[in-house]
Design a binder for this molecule. Structure first.
Ligand code: ADP
Length: 402
């Protein structure tokens, strides 16, 4: 069975085609700059050279058409017919309180995703464009949706409610939802397998540190707390996002700087974090280079970033009254040895006996970065959200009556 995984954004579509029986990626790629006459398709078929094409692609239906065309292209393709794609799985950022797990797309599901537009105005409308574009190009092919929020639906009320008037929750669903759930779930399961211990008995702190970053307290395989909130702005300091701050800063700065709601939101989401403090970049690679060159602002940015992450790890150890393992994943978590070192070396009080040698070795593999016998283990586990989406889609299809 072949499953196409789609991650549709407002001006981009990322895709990955899986052969499920053999658990291999047949092709992956993305379309960027949708809406422009210089849109670009970047296609990476397995065992064939990469293929790039600049083209006018004005909306998502055409973008999906181009993806399907290249997948069956005689030279660059990997299938002989589109009918060889059995199902499509979509990443959807916000499932609100309605979706506690992945589901097959129905009219009711689409209606509910639309109802959630208010909570994720930048993401959910784009995902719906992706779903409609697949419907238009591949009528009748089953589609599934996998939500970033679903894994965190197990959080108890004490973790997900904000201490503000309850009417805001009742009327407007103001609460913490958390994101990156697909990744936190996947790396928790992989960590248990790596440690050879049952997930049901483990207290894990999973750190998904990419452009966006969040950590989660995962107790017995269930998310009991996570650092992102009603939106992906809360929590850790990120590439361009502020993370936690005093909410009173928002009206204060709006008044002083004469900013609109849109402007202050853009400041906190796009012009804060590593970028704002370093004045150099939102990319951890460039920050680390500048730190090594002795740049003072980069050093401060790096210290703030790792300090805030370490504080969250301490908080989640307290939330679970203990921790067995800390897991690093995503672009920064998987690749930045200096980040892991800075965080783990300050956690010796918890029982983390950091292994600097292991930390510096090997990329893209699951590994332990604490010494043998360390009371609390630290692991690097590469995430694979697309594979989870493909697997969930596959399982939902298997559950369907013939
Ligand atoms: P996204 O949140 O966009 O999914 P990713 O998980 O792909 O992000 O992470 C992207 C980020 O990973 C980049 O912005 C970069 O800062 C970071 N990154 C990638 N490789 C390295 C590296 N070798 N060292 C440090 N950071 C890295």
């Amino acid at each position: 069975m072949n499953i196409l995984v789609i991650n549709a954004g407002s001006s981009s579509v990322k895709y990955q085609l899986y052969d499920m029986e053999n658990a291999i990626v047949l092709a992956k790629g993305r379309v960027e700059r949708i809406g422009m006459d210089t849109a670009i398709l970047m296609h990476e078929p397995a065992n064939k050279p990469e293929f790039h094409k600049v083209d006018e692609i004005l909306e998502h239906t055409t973008a999906i058409r181009r993806v399907l065309d290249v997948l069956v292209h005689p030279e660059h393709g990997v299938l002989s017919a589109i009918s060889q794609i059995d199902a499509v799985g979509h990443r959807v950022v916000h499932g609100g309180e309605s979706f506690k797990s992945s589901v097959l797309v129905t009219d009711e599901v689409k209606k509910e995703i639309r109802r959630l537009f208010d909570l994720a105005p930048l993401h959910n409308p784009a995902h719906m464009l992706g779903i409609s574009a697949v419907e238009a190009n591949m009528p009748g092919v089953p589609q599934a949706v996998v939500f970033d929020t679903a894994f965190h639906q197990t959080m108890p009320a004490k973790a997900y409610l904000y201490p503000v008037p309850m009417a805001l929750y009742r009327k407007h669903k103001v609460r913490r939802y958390g994101f990156h759930g697909t990744s936190h779930k996947y790396v928790s399961e992989r960590a248990a397998a790596f440690l050879g211990r049952p997930l049901e008995r483990l207290k894990l702190i999973t750190c998904h540190i990419g452009n966006g970053a969040s950590c989660a307290a995962v107790w017995g395989g269930q998310s009991v707390d996570t650092s992102m909130g009603m939106t992906p702005l809360e929590g850790l300091m990120m590439g361009t996002r502020s993370g936690d701050l005093d909410p009173a800063i928002v009206p204060y700065v709006m008044g002083k700087e004469d900013l609109t709601i849109g402007e202050v939101s853009s400041m906190l989401n796009k012009h804060s974090g590593l970028q704002a403090i370093s004045g150099i970049s939102s990319d951890m690679r460039e920050i680390v280079e500048a730190v090594e060159a002795g740049d003072k602002n980069a050093i401060l940015a790096f210290e703030m970033y790792t300090y805030r992450l370490r504080k969250y790890i301490g908080a989640y150890a307290a939330a679970m009254n203990g921790v067995d393992a800390i897991v690093f994943t995503a672009g920064v978590g998987e690749n930045s040895a200096p980040l892991r070192k800075a965080v783990c070396e300050g956690l010796s009080f918890l029982g983390v006996d950091f292994d600097e040698g292991a930390n510096g070795l090997g990329r893209g593999i699951e590994k332990r970065i604490t010494k043998l016998g360390s009371k609390v283990e630290a692991l690097v586990i590469p995430t694979n959200e697309e594979w989870v989406i493909a697997q969930d889609t596959y399982s939902l299809l298997q559950e369907q009556p013939d």
